[in-house]
Design a protein around this ligand. Structure first.
Ligand SMILES: [Zn+2]
Length: 237
Protein backbone atom coordinates (compact mmCIF):
# COMPACT_ATOMS: atom_id res chain seq x y z
CA UNK A 1 0.00 0.00 0.00
CA UNK A 2 1.33 3.41 -1.03
CA UNK A 3 -0.05 5.13 2.06
CA UNK A 4 1.83 2.69 4.27
CA UNK A 5 5.08 3.28 2.40
CA UNK A 6 4.64 7.04 2.85
CA UNK A 7 3.98 6.50 6.52
CA UNK A 8 7.51 5.09 6.90
CA UNK A 9 9.18 7.87 4.92
CA UNK A 10 7.29 10.67 6.72
CA UNK A 11 8.02 9.22 10.15
CA UNK A 12 11.72 8.99 9.37
CA UNK A 13 11.82 12.81 9.39
CA UNK A 14 8.81 13.54 11.58
CA UNK A 15 8.40 10.64 14.04
CA UNK A 16 5.33 12.16 15.73
CA UNK A 17 3.40 13.09 12.57
CA UNK A 18 -0.16 11.84 12.23
CA UNK A 19 -2.16 11.44 9.03
CA UNK A 20 -5.15 13.68 8.29
CA UNK A 21 -7.78 11.48 9.88
CA UNK A 22 -5.80 10.76 13.03
CA UNK A 23 -5.03 14.46 13.38
CA UNK A 24 -8.64 15.57 13.21
CA UNK A 25 -9.98 12.78 15.43
CA UNK A 26 -7.24 13.28 17.99
CA UNK A 27 -7.51 17.06 18.35
CA UNK A 28 -11.27 17.43 17.98
CA UNK A 29 -11.54 14.70 20.63
CA UNK A 30 -9.26 16.57 23.01
CA UNK A 31 -11.16 19.83 22.48
CA UNK A 32 -14.42 18.08 23.29
CA UNK A 33 -13.35 15.76 26.11
CA UNK A 34 -10.42 17.48 27.85
CA UNK A 35 -11.58 21.04 27.34
CA UNK A 36 -15.37 20.55 27.14
CA UNK A 37 -15.71 22.74 24.08
CA UNK A 38 -18.91 22.51 22.02
CA UNK A 39 -17.57 21.41 18.62
CA UNK A 40 -20.81 22.45 16.91
CA UNK A 41 -20.09 26.12 17.71
CA UNK A 42 -16.45 26.47 16.68
CA UNK A 43 -15.23 28.86 13.99
CA UNK A 44 -11.91 27.88 12.43
CA UNK A 45 -9.23 30.15 11.01
CA UNK A 46 -6.25 28.90 9.06
CA UNK A 47 -2.83 30.41 8.58
CA UNK A 48 -1.35 28.09 5.97
CA UNK A 49 0.29 28.77 2.60
CA UNK A 50 -1.90 29.79 -0.36
CA UNK A 51 -0.67 26.73 -2.32
CA UNK A 52 -3.57 24.74 -3.85
CA UNK A 53 -2.04 21.55 -2.48
CA UNK A 54 -2.96 22.64 1.06
CA UNK A 55 -6.69 22.89 0.40
CA UNK A 56 -7.29 19.23 1.34
CA UNK A 57 -5.24 19.70 4.52
CA UNK A 58 -7.61 22.33 5.81
CA UNK A 59 -10.54 19.96 5.31
CA UNK A 60 -9.07 17.90 8.19
CA UNK A 61 -11.48 19.93 10.24
CA UNK A 62 -14.41 20.43 7.93
CA UNK A 63 -16.98 19.75 10.65
CA UNK A 64 -16.10 23.22 11.98
CA UNK A 65 -17.37 26.53 10.61
CA UNK A 66 -15.02 28.42 8.35
CA UNK A 67 -12.23 28.64 7.63
CA UNK A 68 -11.39 32.31 7.90
CA UNK A 69 -8.24 32.46 5.78
CA UNK A 70 -5.42 34.41 7.44
CA UNK A 71 -2.45 32.92 5.62
CA UNK A 72 -0.51 33.94 2.56
CA UNK A 73 2.74 32.70 1.01
CA UNK A 74 4.63 30.42 3.37
CA UNK A 75 1.68 30.39 5.78
CA UNK A 76 2.42 33.73 7.47
CA UNK A 77 -0.75 35.38 8.83
CA UNK A 78 -0.75 38.24 6.32
CA UNK A 79 -4.35 39.18 7.23
CA UNK A 80 -2.72 40.66 10.33
CA UNK A 81 -4.46 42.19 13.31
CA UNK A 82 -7.41 43.35 11.21
CA UNK A 83 -7.88 39.74 10.08
CA UNK A 84 -7.68 38.44 13.64
CA UNK A 85 -10.23 41.06 14.75
CA UNK A 86 -12.65 40.19 11.93
CA UNK A 87 -12.29 36.48 12.73
CA UNK A 88 -13.03 37.18 16.41
CA UNK A 89 -16.19 39.07 15.48
CA UNK A 90 -17.49 36.10 13.45
CA UNK A 91 -17.44 33.49 16.23
CA UNK A 92 -20.83 31.84 16.95
CA UNK A 93 -22.67 32.96 20.09
CA UNK A 94 -21.47 30.93 23.11
CA UNK A 95 -18.95 29.29 20.81
CA UNK A 96 -15.18 29.30 20.55
CA UNK A 97 -12.33 29.79 18.13
CA UNK A 98 -9.87 27.35 16.59
CA UNK A 99 -6.75 28.38 14.66
CA UNK A 100 -4.86 25.86 12.53
CA UNK A 101 -1.48 27.14 11.37
CA UNK A 102 1.93 26.28 10.05
CA UNK A 103 4.13 25.93 6.98
CA UNK A 104 4.11 22.94 4.62
CA UNK A 105 6.74 20.70 3.08
CA UNK A 106 6.48 18.10 0.36
CA UNK A 107 8.01 14.66 0.51
CA UNK A 108 8.53 11.98 -2.13
CA UNK A 109 8.59 8.21 -1.66
CA UNK A 110 12.33 8.42 -2.26
CA UNK A 111 12.51 10.51 0.91
CA UNK A 112 13.30 13.84 -0.69
CA UNK A 113 12.02 16.75 1.41
CA UNK A 114 10.86 20.00 -0.20
CA UNK A 115 9.63 18.16 -3.32
CA UNK A 116 6.42 16.45 -4.31
CA UNK A 117 4.54 15.01 -7.26
CA UNK A 118 1.67 17.37 -8.04
CA UNK A 119 -1.60 16.34 -9.75
CA UNK A 120 -0.89 15.21 -13.34
CA UNK A 121 2.70 16.36 -13.39
CA UNK A 122 5.42 13.90 -14.39
CA UNK A 123 8.27 15.65 -12.62
CA UNK A 124 8.57 16.64 -8.98
CA UNK A 125 8.01 20.27 -8.07
CA UNK A 126 8.92 22.35 -5.03
CA UNK A 127 6.74 22.36 -1.94
CA UNK A 128 6.60 24.83 -0.34
CA UNK A 129 7.45 26.78 -3.51
CA UNK A 130 7.73 30.08 -1.63
CA UNK A 131 10.07 28.62 0.98
CA UNK A 132 12.26 26.77 -1.51
CA UNK A 133 12.57 30.01 -3.54
CA UNK A 134 13.49 31.89 -0.37
CA UNK A 135 16.06 29.18 0.43
CA UNK A 136 17.74 29.45 -2.97
CA UNK A 137 17.99 33.22 -2.51
CA UNK A 138 19.28 33.07 1.08
CA UNK A 139 22.06 30.74 -0.11
CA UNK A 140 23.54 33.82 -1.80
CA UNK A 141 25.16 35.72 1.07
CA UNK A 142 24.78 39.04 -0.80
CA UNK A 143 21.02 38.68 -1.17
CA UNK A 144 18.64 41.10 0.56
CA UNK A 145 14.88 41.10 -0.06
CA UNK A 146 13.49 44.45 -1.23
CA UNK A 147 9.91 45.16 -0.12
CA UNK A 148 7.61 46.18 -2.97
CA UNK A 149 3.91 46.28 -3.74
CA UNK A 150 4.00 43.67 -6.48
CA UNK A 151 5.72 40.90 -4.56
CA UNK A 152 4.90 41.93 -1.06
CA UNK A 153 4.28 38.55 0.59
CA UNK A 154 7.39 36.80 -0.74
CA UNK A 155 9.63 39.73 0.20
CA UNK A 156 8.10 39.95 3.66
CA UNK A 157 8.50 36.19 4.13
CA UNK A 158 12.18 36.41 3.17
CA UNK A 159 12.70 39.42 5.45
CA UNK A 160 11.26 37.44 8.37
CA UNK A 161 13.59 34.54 7.56
CA UNK A 162 16.79 36.66 7.52
CA UNK A 163 17.50 36.23 11.27
CA UNK A 164 17.37 32.45 10.75
CA UNK A 165 19.71 32.47 7.74
CA UNK A 166 22.81 31.01 9.48
CA UNK A 167 20.91 28.30 11.30
CA UNK A 168 19.19 27.28 8.04
CA UNK A 169 22.38 27.23 5.99
CA UNK A 170 24.31 25.33 8.71
CA UNK A 171 21.70 22.58 8.80
CA UNK A 172 22.31 19.27 7.04
CA UNK A 173 18.72 19.46 5.75
CA UNK A 174 18.12 23.04 4.67
CA UNK A 175 14.64 22.39 3.27
CA UNK A 176 13.52 21.06 6.65
CA UNK A 177 15.37 23.83 8.52
CA UNK A 178 13.69 26.67 6.62
CA UNK A 179 10.32 25.02 7.27
CA UNK A 180 11.04 24.78 11.00
CA UNK A 181 12.12 28.44 11.04
CA UNK A 182 8.90 29.44 9.29
CA UNK A 183 6.88 27.52 11.88
CA UNK A 184 8.57 29.63 14.55
CA UNK A 185 7.72 32.87 12.76
CA UNK A 186 4.06 31.93 12.24
CA UNK A 187 3.69 30.65 15.80
CA UNK A 188 5.01 33.91 17.25
CA UNK A 189 2.84 36.09 15.04
CA UNK A 190 -0.34 34.15 15.84
CA UNK A 191 0.31 34.51 19.58
CA UNK A 192 1.10 38.23 19.21
CA UNK A 193 -2.06 38.91 17.19
CA UNK A 194 -4.25 37.03 19.68
CA UNK A 195 -2.75 38.91 22.55
CA UNK A 196 -3.18 42.35 20.94
CA UNK A 197 -6.71 41.54 19.76
CA UNK A 198 -7.89 39.72 22.89
CA UNK A 199 -10.57 42.30 23.73
CA UNK A 200 -12.17 41.74 20.33
CA UNK A 201 -13.11 38.13 21.15
CA UNK A 202 -16.66 37.70 22.45
CA UNK A 203 -15.61 34.34 23.97
CA UNK A 204 -12.89 33.22 26.40
CA UNK A 205 -11.43 30.17 24.71
CA UNK A 206 -9.18 30.04 21.66
CA UNK A 207 -7.75 26.68 20.63
CA UNK A 208 -4.47 26.68 18.72
CA UNK A 209 -3.10 23.82 16.67
CA UNK A 210 0.21 24.64 15.04
CA UNK A 211 2.68 22.43 13.26
CA UNK A 212 4.05 21.34 9.92
CA UNK A 213 1.88 20.02 7.10
CA UNK A 214 3.63 17.27 5.13
CA UNK A 215 2.33 16.88 1.57
CA UNK A 216 2.48 13.37 0.13
CA UNK A 217 1.36 12.30 -3.35
CA UNK A 218 -1.94 13.56 -4.74
CA UNK A 219 -4.88 11.48 -3.54
CA UNK A 220 -3.12 10.26 -0.40
CA UNK A 221 -3.59 11.72 3.05
CA UNK A 222 -1.30 14.55 4.04
CA UNK A 223 0.39 14.35 7.43
CA UNK A 224 0.62 16.88 10.22
CA UNK A 225 3.44 17.16 12.74
CA UNK A 226 1.87 19.06 15.63
CA UNK A 227 4.17 21.41 17.53
CA UNK A 228 1.64 23.27 19.62
CA UNK A 229 -1.79 22.37 20.88
CA UNK A 230 -3.18 24.71 23.47
CA UNK A 231 -6.46 26.14 24.62
CA UNK A 232 -5.83 29.74 25.58
CA UNK A 233 -8.02 31.36 28.19
CA UNK A 234 -8.13 34.97 26.98
CA UNK A 235 -8.92 36.20 30.50
CA UNK A 236 -5.45 35.08 31.57
CA UNK A 237 -3.59 37.10 28.92
ZN1 LIG B 1 3.73 27.03 -0.01
Amino acid sequence: MLQRKFDKVVKHYFPDAKDAKDTSIHYLGRMQIEHELDISRVLMATSVCSDDINVPSTTFFNVLFGPFIMGGLGGLPFAGKTGMTAFAHHIPDDGSAFIFYGPHIGITLEGELGKMYRPRQEETGNSCGALMLALSRLQDSEYKPVLNDDDYQQMKLEENLLPYRDQILDSNNQAKAITEATYDIINKKIHEHISTCRDEFPVNKVTLLGGIIINTDYGLDDYFDARNFEVIDLRSL
